[in-house]
Write a protein that binds this ligand. Structure first.
Ligand SMILES: C[S@@+](CC[C@H](N)C(=O)[O-])C[C@H]1O[C@@H](n2cnc3c(N)ncnc32)[C@H](O)[C@@H]1O
Length: 274
């Protein structure tokens, strides 16, 4: 089965495309973060919270006792919190580099020859000590595309070791998310995978045409490096290490996230901690 077919089948399995709207992205994300009823002492963690544009913090406070918002740029998160809620009850803003973990990499120009291997080793060993444990739900919100960009800036997308490095990053991101969950907890990777910069039709397509438009884009290789949603799902389902940690992985229908003049196609990929 091709990568494209596995994605298409998964999309067909979860129903009809959804309507588009400016705040549709936020509603899509929030729908996955709110359990039907409040979880007693429930703990939620958001990775890459940024300005919290895709979060409704008051609604999260109503359902979760603890909401941890993690980002490398905590002042931006703090501004997002202040702009949404007067009382930050239950909300913690945590600073963490979610790519290199606790030991940021400062590339040494002298060791450029081995930079690919060094980057892979550092990503594999990354730990997130600021991030808690035993969460009921953890969500990575359009962060992975930015982490991959940072790797590209260091080693370049043409480097022979690029693919292996991105594979390492995807695996480690899923693994660290899974390890921060309690057994039975839920992980959500929200992932932007192509933008209107290379797929301008995203700005105008009708919702019904979106899956087909995106299937074609994937077939043509028109997606962000390392972020083919079908492959991400496959990694969760087939990686020998991850399958010991997670189960029941599923993918949502794609939707469009409109931000300013640009649009992104986004999917959510869900898994359950074993
Ligand atoms: C596209 S934004 C996510 C959107 C955001 N959730 C919102 O609601 O607007 C990506 C976020 O990832 C954060 N980020 C980028 N690189 C990071 C890193 N290495 N470690 C932690 N956070 C990072 C950025 O600071 C940014 O806030």
């Amino acid at each position: 089965m091709s990568r494209y077919e596995s994605t298409r089948e998964a999309w067909q399995a979860v129903g009809e495309p959804q309507p588009q709207a400016v705040d549709f992205h936020r509603r899509q994300v929030m729908a996955r973060l709110l359990p039907a009823t409040a979880v007693p002492n429930g703990r939620l963690c958001i990775l890459g919270a940024g300005p919290c544009n895709d979060l409704d913090l008051a609604a999260l406070q109503a359902r979760w006792s603890q909401v941890d918002l993690v980002d490398i740029d905590s002042s931006r998160v703090q501004q997002g919190v202040t702009s949404q809620v007067a009382d930050a009850r239950g909300i913690q803003v945590l600073t963490q580099d979610l790519l290199w973990g606790d030991h940021p990499l400062t590339p040494d120009p002298a060791s450029k020859q081995n930079i690919g291997r060094t980057v892979r080793e550092r990503i594999s060993a990354a730990t997130w000590s600021a991030v808690g444990q035993d969460y009921d739900l953890i969500a990575s919100t359009c962060l992975l595309s930015q982490l991959i960009e940072q790797v590209i800036e260091i080693i370049g997308s043409d480097a022979p070791e690029f693919v292996a490095t991105i594979q390492t990053l995807r695996r480690r991101h899923f693994e660290l998310m899974a390890r921060a969950l309690r057994s039975g907890g839920t992980g959500w990777l929200f992932c932007d995978f192509v933008s209107s910069e290379t797929l301008p039709e995203l700005l105008s397509t009708v919702p019904q045409a979106l899956p087909q438009l995106l299937e074609q884009a994937l077939t043509e290789g028109n997606f962000f490096h390392g972020l083919n949603p079908g492959i991400l799902l496959q990694v969760l389902r087939q990686d020998e290490h991850l399958t010991l940690l997670v189960d029941q992985s599923q993918i949502t229908n794609p939707w469009v996230w409109l931000t300013g003049e640009r649009a992104y196609a986004v999917v959510g990929i869900r898994f359950i901690r074993v």
